[in-house]
Ligand binder design. Sequence first.
Ligand SMILES: [Zn+2]
Length: 63
Amino acid sequence: MLMQCPNCQSKDLGKIGSQQFYCWSCYIEIAIVGTALTVHQVEVDGSLSSLDDLFSDEERQVQ
Ligand SMILES: [Zn+2]
């Protein structure tokens, strides 16, 4: 499967879990839930904030 960052379109993704990836270009965490991607930004304090609102359902669909 070809993973691509939905935010910056980079393919430079590091795998951090079985269904979780980290974008080294824009520093967001990408997880696959079912057939959709969920995107989180890692805050300076280590917490995660969802960026899903920035993307349409279509953009978050796993191809
Ligand atoms: Zn990115």
